[in-house]
Design a protein. Structure first.
Length: 338
C-alpha cells in the first residue's frame, strides 16, 4: 500500500493492484494485435445515446446550440465501422453511466469491446475463453485463482449453461414456466417474492435471477450463460431455430458478471422496431426518451455482415485477478476518491 494526499484528503492506493491493472490492459491489447484485430478509437461524446431502458447516460450541455451525451458503450459507432467494411476490431475506452455506483459499479469505467465480421456469438465465446486464459498465463503464469474464497480454473473450455437450464438447476423453474409471464409471476409469488402489478416479465425474471441464480455462476469454471428470452435481446438477433430466444450470452466468474455478448442484429427494420419499443418503455419508466439514431439505422440499411460482438468490463476483470472486493480497489481514482 502507498498513501497519497490530494488536497485535504488522504487516498490509500494498493500499488500492486494498479500495477496488475496496467499489465492486464497491456496483455489484452497484445492478444488482439496478435490475433489480427485492429484497435479503433471512437468518440466518447455523441449526439444520441444508447436506448437501453435501464441505463442512464450523462448529458453534456452547451455544445454549440446542441446538447450531447457521454457514451454508455461504444457499440453503435463500432457497428457502423463493421458496416463500412472493417472485419476484426477492438477498443479499450471509457464509458459512463449515471446512477451506477457501488462495490462493482463506478459512473466512469473502462470497457473493452471487440467485433468480428462473418462470425456469431459462438465465435465470441471462443475469443473470450482464449483471451482470459492468455492474459492469465502471460501476466501471472498460472490459470488457477481464488476470488472471494471461490476457486476458479480459467483453462478452456468454460462452462456453457443456457438460461433455461440455469433457471431449472438453481431456481427449480422449468422451461414452460419461464416462457409464460403469468406462470412465472405465479412461481415468483409462490417463492415469497413481492410481485406488484406494475412489474413486467423482465422485472420478475431478474428478481429471481439475481436472488437465486447469479451467485452460483462462474465457479469452479467461468460460466457462459447463453440464449436469453427474446424480450431481453437488446441488439442481438433471434435464434434461427427458436425465435423465442436471442443469441446473447453473459460471462460470469465466481458470481461476478464480466461481459455481455451478441450475435449482432443486422436487420434495420427489426432494429428500428426495437428502438421504438425501448422508447415506449423509457416513457413508461418516466425517463428521458431519446430520438432514434438514424445514422446507425442507415448504416444497417447499407449492410452489416453477420457479426459477433462483446463488451467486457476491464475493471471487473482486474477485480477478479486481484481478489478485490470493490471496484475502487483497482482504479487509480474512483468517483468517491475525487
Amino acid at each position: 500500500m502507498s498513501k497519497a494526499t490530494i488536497g485535504s484528503r488522504r487516498i490509500i492506493m494498493d500499488n500492486n493492484n494498479l500495477v496488475i491493472r496496467t499489465k492486464v490492459i497491456r496483455a489484452v491489447r497484445d492478444f488482439f494485435w496478435r490475433n489480427g484485430f485492429i484497435e479503433v478509437d471512437t468518440p466518447c461524446l455523441v449526439k444520441i445515446p444508447g436506448m437501453e431502458p435501464h441505463l442512464n447516460p450523462f448529458k453534456a450541455i452547451g455544445i454549440g446550440n446542441d446538447n450531447g451525451y457521454l457514451i454508455t458503450s461504444p457499440e453503435y459507432a463500432m457497428k457502423r465501422l463493421l458496416c463500412a467494411g472493417w472485419k476484426k476490431i477492438f477498443q479499450i475506452t471509457r464509458s459512463f453511466r449515471s446512477g451506477e455506483i457501488g462495490p462493482t459499479h463506478n459512473p466512469e469505467f473502462a470497457i473493452l469491446e471487440w467485433y468480428r465480421a462473418n462470425a456469431d456469438y459462438k465465435d465470441i465465446m471462443k475469443d473470450t475463453e482464449n483471451l482470459i486464459f492468455d492474459v492469465a498465463k502471460r501476466v501471472f503464469g498460472r490459470v488457477k485463482f481464488t476470488y472471494q474464497g471461490r476457486e476458479v480454473n480459467l483453462r478452456p473450455p468454460f462452462e456453457r449453461l443456457s438460461v433455461i437450464d440455469a433457471f431449472e438447476k438453481y431456481a427449480g423453474i422449468r422451461r414452460r414456466v419461464l416462457e409464460n409471464e403469468k406462470l412465472l409471476r405465479f412461481a415468483a409469488i409462490k417463492k415469497g417474492y413481492n410481485i406488484t402489478k406494475n412489474m413486467d416479465y423482465s422485472d420478475v425474471f431478474f428478481l429471481i435471477f439475481l436472488n437465486e441464480i447469479e451467485r452460483n455462476l462462474g465457479a469452479p469454471r467461468p460460466t457462459i450463460l447463453y440464449d436469453y428470452p427474446i424480450s431481453m435481446a437488446a441488439l442481438s438477433r433471434p435464434k434461427s431455430d427458436n425465435p423465442k430466444y436471442a443469441e446473447r450470452f453473459e460471462l460470469y466468474i465466481a458470481g461476478l458478471e464480466l461481459a455481455n455478448a451478441f450475435s449482432e442484429l443486422s436487420d434495420p427494420d427489426e432494429q428500428r422496431a426495437r428502438f421504438i419499443n425501448e422508447q415506449k418503455l423509457r416513457r413508461r419508466l418516466k425517463k428521458e426518451v431519446y430520438p432514434i439514431d438514424e445514422k446507425f439505422i442507415s448504416a444497417l440499411e447499407y449492410g452489416m455482415p453477420e457479426s459477433g460482438g462483446i463488451a467486457l468490463g476491464i475493471d471487473r476483470l482486474v477485480m477478479f485477478f486481484t481478489d478485490a472486493r470493490e471496484i475502487s480497489d483497482v482504479m487509480f481514482f474512483s468517483y468517491n476518491q475525487l
